[in-house]
Design a binder for this molecule. Structure first.
Ligand SMILES: [Zn+2]
Length: 287
C-alpha cells in the first residue's frame, strides 16, 4: 500500500456541534511521511509551530462525546473524528489541516461532505509505502459491561454491537469489512445521534450546544427519529459508532491490520484500546 495525499485543497465551514460556534477547516496536500497534522490557524501571534497538533492517540486530551486533541502549548481541537474517518476511509495518509476555531465543523453529522470533497479534488499516490500496524496479540479493554478488543486478522474488520434496546432502537450487530467502497457507501453517510432523554446531561456538561436536526439524528423516548427525513440506514446509529471507531483508530497513524470486536464502543474506549495496544511491543509489529 502506497502513501497518498490530496491533489488539491478544500475548505468547509459550519457550526461546531459541541461549542455551537461557526468554525472552518481547510485540508491541504502534504509531503510523504508527514502524517495528518492539524494547525489552529486562528490563534494569532504564536506562530505555526505552537499551533501544531499531530493527529496521534497520545495527544487525545478528552474523549467525552467527541475526540479532542491538544499540544503542549495548550492549543486544542474538538470533534476531529469524522474528518479523520473520512481521511482514513479514502486512504489519505498525509494532509495538513488548518482550522479556524476550536472545533471541526459538524456539517451533516457524518463523514459524507469530507468524502465528497476528497473525491472532488482527487487523490495523489505517493512513492513511499504506508506503514502497517499488524496486531499480533489480542488486547481487550473494558468499562463495566462495555468492552472493545482488537485481535490478529488478515485485513481490517469491525464487529460492533450497541445497547440501544432500552431506547427503542434496533441493536443488530454491525460487521464492517474495510474497503474504500464499503466505507463510502455503508459508513461515511451515517450521522451522529443523540436522545431527547440525554439533553439535560449534555447541557450540564456544556456539550452539544450546536446540535440540531440538521446535523444530528435525535431520537425521542420511543426510539423514533425526530428528523423529517428519517434515517439513512435502519441501523444508522450503530454504523456511526463504526465511523467513530475508524476515525479514532486512525490516530494510531498506521494502516491497521486487525479485527475489532466491541460492545457499546465509545471515544474513551477507542483511545484506551490504542494506548493498551501500544503499551507492549509484544502486541503488534510495524511493517
Ligand atoms: Zn461521531
Amino acid at each position: 500500500m502506497h502513501q497518498a495525499t490530496l491533489k488539491g485543497s478544500f475548505s468547509l465551514d459550519g457550526v461546531g456541534v459541541h461549542k455551537g460556534k461557526v468554525c472552518s477547516v481547510t485540508v491541504k496536500p502534504a509531503d510523504k511521511d508527514t502524517g495528518i497534522i492539524f494547525f489552529r490557524s486562528d490563534k494569532g501571534g504564536s506562530g505555526f509551530q505552537n499551533e501544531k497538533i499531530v493527529a496521534s492517540y497520545d495527544n487525545v486530551e478528552n474523549a467525552t462525546m467527541c475526540t479532542q486533541i491538544s499540544n503542549e502549548n495548550g492549543a486544542s481541537l474538538k470533534t476531529i473524528e469524522h474528518l479523520m474517518a473520512a481521511l482514513y476511509g479514502m486512504k489519505i495518509s498525509n494532509a495538513i489541516i488548518e482550522v479556524q476555531g476550536e472545533e471541526i465543523p459538524i456539517l451533516d453529522g457524518s463523514s459524507l461532505r469530507f468524502v465528497e470533497q476528497i473525491s472532488r479534488v482527487g487523490i495523489k499516490r505517493q512513492m513511499r509505502s504506508r506503514k502497517i500496524l499488524k496486531v499480533l496479540k489480542k488486547v481487550k479493554v473494558t468499562d463495566g459491561e462495555k468492552f472493545e478488543e482488537i485481535e490478529p486478522f488478515d485485513g481490517f474488520e469491525i464487529n460492533a454491537k450497541c445497547d440501544f434496546e432500552a431506547k427503542g432502537l434496533k441493536t443488530d450487530p454491525v460487521t464492517f469489512n474495510f474497503s474504500k467502497n464499503n466505507f463510502v457507501s455503508k459508513i461515511a453517510p451515517a450521522r451522529t445521534f443523540g436522545f431527547v432523554s440525554e439533553a439535560e446531561y449534555v447541557k450540564k456538561h456544556n456539550l452539544a450546544l450546536g446540535a440540531s436536526l440538521k446535523n444530528t439524528v435525535i431520537y425521542n423516548d420511543k426510539g423514533i427519529p425526530l428528523n423529517d427525513d428519517g434515517l439513512r440506514f435502519e441501523n444508522e446509529s450503530a454504523r456511526h459508532k463504526v465511523l467513530d471507531i475508524i476515525g479514532d483508530l486512525a490516530l494510531s497513524q498506521y494502516w491497521i491490520q486487525g479485527r475489532i470486536n466491541c460492545f457499546c464502543p465509545s471515544h474513551k474506549l477507542n483511545n484506551i484500546l490504542l494506548r493498551m495496544l501500544f503499551a507492549s511491543a509484544e502486541n503488534y509489529e510495524i511493517l
